[in-house]
Design a protein around this ligand. Sequence first.
Ligand code: CP
Ligand code: NVA
Length: 309
Amino acid sequence: KANSELKDFLHINDFDKDTILKILDRAAEVKALLKSGENTYLPFKGKTMSMIFTKPSMRTRVSFETGFSLLGGHAIYLGPNDIQMGKREETRDIARVLCRYNDIIMARVFAHQDILDLAKYATVPVVNGLTDYNHPCQIMADALTIIEHIGHLEGTKVVYVGDGNNIVHSWLLLAAVVPFHFVCACPEGFEPDKETVEKARKAGISKIEITNDTKEAVQGADVVYSDVWASMGQKEEAEHRRKVFKGFQVDEALMKLAGRKAYFMHCLPAERGIEVTDGVIEAPYSIVFPQAENRMHAQNAIMLHLLGF
Ligand code: CP
Ligand code: NVA
């Protein structure tokens, strides 16, 4: 249910449009403050966060840890071998212990059910730092980046090219709340989850297209977006996927078809020469690094919202 008072940040469409746009405004505001060198805004002073990672990460770990500490708090990194979620201990026990130490929990996990269980059993806010199903913090940062570069998200055309994965699900769930035109161009058999597409379409907010035709898809795009073809947990499929995904690489020719106003975005890490060419990532229209930077600012605003600031 859309609700600005929710305890956790698990899916973008759990929140209503007002709340999402407010969080994005807040992200820009606190970003400006931090960029100005201001270091006396310390709302998280005396607060601690545990960060559970069952998968690798650079951006998520460093941006959460840095952001929380810049705002006065202390973050604790728990890597795949530390608590061994579900192996050494059950998720529901981990949740009920950590919330007695920490004010907030962030987690990156495989099964989506694990983040739902953490949220169910922890009495403190739980933030989704990526699951096999979705990656809401990433798409909040992407929305912030689009607003910074284009001026608004509403009414833009975002064209994702590649695997219908967790990133696509979060784009779809954002499209269920904020109006824009979202297109996913993917190979047959690699479409996003049907129910999620239905949910986004049923919301009646955004225009949603799923297609196999990249050339047609990118026409008039404001943003062309790409992600790895084999996500974490699928790396043994990488070779097979390289064959199936041929034709879904974002290269200079595809960007040319998109037109002069199109930016290139990628959540990173990228495999240059696979899903995107080196030339596209390095081009002036590529905004992948400001996009990565905005992870921290979007997440700061999410945590401020959840912790009641
Ligand atoms: N985009 C992203 O989540 O990066 P990491 O896997 O490095 O955290
Ligand atoms: N789809 C990718 C995103 C990485 C940030 C993965 O899940 O590995």
